[in-house]
Write a protein that binds this ligand. Structure first.
Ligand code: 4NP
Length: 151
């Protein structure tokens, strides 16, 4: 089993979308996808209504997800840790214990835009269109991840 973790700040907007999108593109016999936030703000919460809505618009149900916080043991559990932005990257790297841990952490948009270090913007304080933009970026990145892992 290959285990992949999607990480953002709150685990209610971006990473639940990334989690649902990638899960829908991979064979669950071989891949397990999950998500977490670096903060403790929304532990146990459903994804943001706007993330649920944009997922539903794209035929994806993410209401089976509940917020959880990234913990150091996640470096053992997961093979790949995709973060949404540079601040998530810093927060996760701060918890790394060795170079193997650090090597697992990648900016997710580097999958679709290699070496550009682009960020998935935090849509939390913006309008609904921010969620559409985030969905498109994540769908493209997850396509690249799924093609890579299945080749
Ligand atoms: P996310 O968005 O990191 O994509 O889940 C946020 C959600 C909540 C907060 C910040 C970002 N917050 O400050 O509560």
């Amino acid at each position: 089993m290959i285990r992949i973790l999607m990480v953002c700040l709150g685990n209610i907007c971006r990473s639940p979308l990334a989690h649902g999108i990638l899960d829908s593109k991979l064979d669950s016999n071989f891949f397990e996808v999950d998500s977490a936030g670096t903060s403790n703000y929304h532990i146990g919460s459903l994804p943001d209504k706007r993330s649920i809505a944009v997922a539903r618009k794209n035929n994806l149900d993410i209401t089976n997800q509940l917020g959880k916080q990234f913990i150091v043991e996640d470096f053992e559990t997961y093979d790949y840790i995709y973060v949404m932005d540079k601040s998530n990257f810093e927060n996760v790297i701060k918890m790394a214990r060795n170079v193997e841990d650090i090597a697992k952490v990648k900016l997710i948009l580097n999958e679709s835009h290699p070496n550009k270090n682009l960020e998935v913007p935090d849509p939390y304080y913006g309008g609904d269109s921010g969620f559409d933009d985030v969905y498109k970026m994540l769908d493209e990145a997850c396509d690249c991840i799924s093609k890579k892992t299945q080749c």
